[in-house]
Every structure is written in structure tokens, then in C-alpha cells.
Design a protein around this ligand. Structure first.
Ligand code: FES
Length: 216
């Protein structure tokens, strides 16, 4: 097996190319495709982040090996991307890729600006179905339960994982990963203390137009 697939220079070029592709994706006008893409990214992030964290943790038992690995440029980039500190190279707030700054993928950022987003007639949303949406890098989900509509962050509290594949029981959303049950009216979990989803204000106009206020 080859020790390396490509050189550090080629790795940097690959990162630059990826950055360019990310910028191209930002220009996609079709909202559904954009949401799909962000969700794919989020899952990729999750399935990579966990083993990387475990590997780095396991390496703590082998300080010399950890030092050698941590000095590798590509490993440093990876650790920066996943916000993993190594003693030799504390994580800088360097942005490795344009589209997925870790802090924005991990948590919805503090509100800076608010927009009312129009999502069409609320009756076009099937009853008790979860719709993943994205606006200004805020991943959220919308669900209609009877004549009420709810909008909450599409990310389980304390996790990177999206929850739009969860199940609904009345106005309670059950996370597909470990079963945390959230009240969509308040965002609070009813079975795990201190877990909460950000909720977004929803309005239905007289003609049925559904609007969601997104803070970003
Ligand atoms: S990720 Fe939702 S309960 Fe664990």
C-alpha cells in the first residue's frame, strides 16, 4: 500500500479546488438542491468527525506517535476543520474550507439579522411530514400538524446530526438517532433534561401564505 496518495502541495490544491466547488454550490438557486447538498455535507461531517475524534483520543496513549502525526500538514488541516486541538498544534480559528466553518455547522450562530422567509401556501405541506430547509446557512425544518405549522432547527441539541428523518407524534418530534423527544411548540425536550431546539416564529397569512422568521 502506498504511504501517501498525494503530496502536501497536491493536498493544498485539492483543498483549493474543493473551496471553489463550495463557492459554486453557494450559487445554486434551486433551494431544494441546496438543502439536499447541505444535508449531505452535514452527514459527511458527522461520520468523519466521530472517528477522527476517537483516533486522536486513542493516540493520547502514544505521545510520540501523536506528536509525529500532529505535525503532518494534512492532519493539522483536518484537525482544524473538525475543531480538534492537539497539544502540539492548538487549533487556530483558521478557516480551512469556505462553506463549512465548524462553528456554523455545529451550532446555529447567534442571530445577527432576521428575515421573513416565504414558503408558499401552508396547505402544500403534507400533514405531519418533516421538510428540511436552508436559508443563509441556517438548517431548519418545517412541519404542519393540522392547522398549525412549526419551524425548528434541523440539528439535535448537543449533536451535529440532523433530525428531519425523525418521526412525529402529534406535535412531538422524536430524534431518529437516540430517541430524544422534542415539543415542537417550545423546542424543549420532554424526555431529556436541558435539551432544546431553537424555534422559529411562524406566520400564516389570510391567503394561507406561510412565513418563517429566520435569524442568521
Ligand atoms: S442525536 Fe438526537 S438524541 Fe442523540
Amino acid at each position: 500500500m502506498n504511504k501517501e496518495l498525494f503530496s502536501n502541495d497536491e493536498y493544498r490544491e485539492a483543498l483549493e479546488m474543493l473551496n471553489q466547488l463550495m463557492r459554486d454550490v453557494e450559487q445554486i438557486s434551486d433551494a431544494d438542491h441546496k438543502v439536499l447538498f447541505y444535508n449531505v455535507l452535514q452527514y459527511f461531517d458527522s461520520i468523519h468527525r466521530e472517528p477522527v475524534l476517537r483516533i486522536m483520543k486513542a493516540l493520547e496513549s502514544y505521545p510520540a506517535l501523536k506528536k509525529e502525526i500532529s505535525e503532518d500538514e494534512t492532519v493539522q488541516k483536518l484537525c482544524t476543520l473538525y475543531d480538534i486541538k492537539t497539544e502540539e498544534h492548538p487549533t487556530k480559528k483558521e478557516k480551512v474550507m469556505d462553506l463549512i466553518p465548524v462553528e456554523e455547522l455545529t451550532y446555529i450562530t447567534p442571530p445577527k439579522q432576521k428575515d421573513w422567509l416565504e414558503l408558499g401556501n401552508y396547505q402544500e405541506f403534507e400533514d405531519k411530514k418533516l421538510y428540511a430547509k436552508n436559508y443563509e446557512r441556517v438548517n431548519f425544518l418545517v412541519s404542519r400538524v393540522g392547522s398549525e405549522v412549526f419551524a425548528v432547527q434541523n440539528q439535535c441539541d448537543g449533536s451535529l446530526l440532523p433530525i428531519d428523518k425523525g418521526t412525529l407524534e402529534d406535535h412531538f418530534l422524536i430524534c431518529p438517532w437516540h430517541g430524544c423527544k422534542y415539543d415542537l411548540k417550545t423546542g424543549h425536550s420532554v424526555n431529556v433534561n436541558d435539551k432544546k431546539l431553537d424555534t422559529f416564529q411562524v406566520e400564516i397569512e389570510e391567503d394561507g401564505l406561510l412565513k418563517v422568521e429566520i435569524a442568521y
